[in-house]
Design a protein around this ligand. Structure first.
Ligand code: SF4
Length: 361
């Protein structure tokens, strides 16, 4: 077998994570190794979640040495795991260039949902979000997106491996479609990471061209819209992206989104005390969503000292929910998990950065 002797030490080594089976086959073939090595590599990367070449014990020594010399697996590093009293776990990842992102293993009744990030920072500037507050830094690569999931599966262990995956962490996933779509294919591929498409939800602030492209990509994942308002006037205030893609156009894009049988679009509605939590808001919302195959998640605001919003009183939340139920909608109240480990979007990464500044690391 021809083993290339040169290495491209001046160029960054390619990451294997993010390559699908065909890409790995081509990679292995170009390096002069037999095609079955690609199958083994694929298994170690996506089924076993190996983080070191040394773990891949059934690979021939010369192949492993060549891999270690010429490429990286491409995993992030888990910098910290914070465990909440409710059983949720916040994971902070350090990427190869030192940037920091986060994901949260959210404890549901008797399973976990994993909430992951898609960008480092975010440019969308939603007024209730700490990630938006910090601005955009860069896109996450396909390898980095997939790495979060594989590393979280390791942290969770076999028995607690996350059942559902939601793209609701840092970033607007539909502004990173180039890296998101290959990641979704690997995540949903039963021969790779194997999380069923219906258990993967991509949540967007309402990027219309992205919704169309996600539909066309036919990945089979579910769609969630971070709506948070019952009219354009208020949505323009808390989500400036609405000025570009107003509610009516957004809902048209949702109606055109290809849904698999019996699937529904989720509408997230963060309830901000005294702002969008009245019965009139509930009535407006019901009119907007009438006839849409959907479910509505009401999320009482999780207070943050940096942001000027209040948690709505419990009776208002319940009254809002009752009205939607009375109109035939599926509407649940979802309380933020992991409050004691800074469970709200982007908060822990921000604190981590503050800590680094303070310790000069
Ligand atoms: S809520 Fe999502 S889209 Fe909006 S600023 Fe935060 S991370 Fe970006």
């Amino acid at each position: 077998m021809a083993v290339p002797t040169h290495n491209h030490s001046s160029r960054p080594k390619p990451a294997l994570l993010g390559m699908d089976f065909d890409a790995l086959k081509e990679f292995v073939r170009e390096a002069g190794f037999p095609a079955f090595r690609a199958r083994q590599l694929h298994h170690w990367l996506y089924i076993r979640g190996a983080t070191e070449f040394a773990e891949m014990h059934n690979l021939a020594r010369d192949f492993r040495d060549w891999l270690a010399e010429n490429c990286t697996i491409g995993h992030a590093t888990v910098g910290e795991v914070k465990v909440s009293t409710d059983g949720s776990k916040k994971l902070i990842y350090r990427l190869a260039d030192g940037k920091v992102v986060e994901s949260v293993l959210i404890r549901e009744r008797n399973w976990f949902t994993l909430c992951v990030s898609s960008q480092v920072g975010c440019a969308v500037d939603c007024k209730f979000c700490m990630t938006g507050f910090g601005g955009f830094q860069r896109q996450m690569t396909t390898a980095e997106i997939v790495s979060q999931v594989l590393l979280a599966q390791r942290v969770a262990g076999k028995d607690d491996s996350p059942r559902n995956l939601v793209f609701m962490g840092m970033g607007e996933p539909l502004l990173n479609l180039e890296n998101l779509i290959p990641a979704l294919r690997l995540l949903a591929d039963p021969d790779a990471i194997g999380i069923a498409g219906r258990r993967i939800t991509v949540s967007t602030s309402g990027i219309l061209p992205g919704i169309e492209k996600l539909g066309e990509a036919n990945t089979g994942v579910s769609l969630a819209i971070s709506l948070n308002a019952s009219n354009n006037e208020y949505r323009n205030r808390i989500m400036p992206i609405n000025k570009r893609y107003p509610i009516e156009n957004l809902l048209d894009a949702c109606r055109a989104f290809p849904l698999k049988q019996r699937r529904r679009i989720t509408f997230e509605y963060v309830m901000l005390g005294g702002e969008n939590d009245t019965l009139d808001n509930a009535r407006e919302l019901a009119v907007l969503l009438r006839g849409m195959p959907c479910k509505i998640n009401l999320i009482p605001w999780n207070p943050d000292s940096h942001l000027p919003f209040k948690r709505p009183p419990e009776d208002r939340v319940l009254r809002f929910q009752q009205y939607l139920l009375s109109q035939g909608f599926t509407a649940s109240v979802r309380y933020s998990k992991g409050l004691d480990v800074d469970g709200a979007c982007g908060q822990l990464a921000a604190h981590w950065r503050e800590k680094e500044k303070a310790t000069g690391k």
